[in-house]
Design a protein around this ligand. Structure first.
Ligand code: G3P
Ligand code: CA
Length: 245
């Protein structure tokens, strides 16, 4: 049986408010074998989990994550935008998520959200946190900012990195090898079977995002990908139970 990593995108974000503890916990109950989340820095330098650089869509207020202290961020309601039932949800710290998954056989994909905002010192802080929690084997760091991933690799050769990209690249596996990345995280339409095979031949995994349609999931599984990033981990878990045996 070939196993596929079921990587819950922002947690079980189809049925819970994304990037909350409720979403992370639910994803594990639904069969996720991995969790993807987005990491940013508060104004006082704390690592927090939220996708947008601004707070209006998921935290009910105006302004930027980078301009609020962790205490201010923790006071915000990160659940009501999704449903009143989730009004108790807060913007989690990275430590809370580490506490949930540490010691479990769960892959933790931390996306450094440092494209629009550069977040000076973010790489050092994430690496220190990963090492403090002894999570080096469980974590894979990803970003659309590939220079940041190279910096991470120089600082922590023992922690895996993954290149995020939207558009097709020329020989992405060679590029990944040059950057000493362990995985490609392409947009789902940028994947080809030949590239998946060529990546694997160099020991590089392919984990496309964000795939919620079972037909698309199956096509990617048949292309040979090692994992899929999805908002619906239960759908992928059911599919892999049937099709990878
Ligand atoms: O890591 C895959 C995916 O999360 C990248 O895009 O915008 O959902 O963070 P985005
Ligand atoms: Ca992300």
């Amino acid at each position: 049986m070939r196993s596929i990593d079921i990587i819950a995108h922002r947690g079980a974000s189809a049925i819970c408010p994304e990037n909350t503890m409720a979403a992370f916990e639910r994803s594990l109950q639904l069969g996720a074998t991995g969790i993807e989340t987005d990491v940013q820095l508060s104004s006082d330098g704390r690592l927090v989990l939220i996708h947008d650089e601004t707070l209006s869509r998921t935290a009910g207020t105006e302004g930027w994550v980078k301009d609020k202290s962790v205490e201010e961020l923790r006071s915000l309601d990160a659940g009501t935008w999704f449903h009143a039932h989730f009004a108790v949800e807060r913007i989690p710290s990275l430590d809370e998520l580490f506490d949930l998954v540490r010691g479990k056989n769960i892959l933790l994909n931390l996306e450094l959200k440092n494209g629009m905002v550069s977040y000076k010192g973010m790489e050092e802080k994430i690496i220190k946190a990963v090492r403090d929690w002894d999570m080096e084997q469980q974590v894979i760091l990803s970003s659309f900012n590939h220079a940041s991933l190279v910096k991470c690799k120089r600082l922590a050769p023992e922690i895996r990195t993954a290149l995020l990209y939207m558009e097709k690249l020329y020989r992405p596996y060679d590029y990944a090898a040059k950057l000493e990345a362990s995985a490609l995280h392409p947009y789902k339409l940028a994947v080809t079977q030949e590239e998946v095979a060529s990546a694997l031949a160099q020991g590089i995994a392919t984990h496309p995002f964000t795939v919620n349609d079972p037909v698309e999931m199956l096509a990617l599984i048949n292309m040979g990908v090692q994992g899929i990033i999805t908002d619906v981990p239960d759908v992928l878990a059911a599919l892999t139970a049937v099709h990878t045996r």
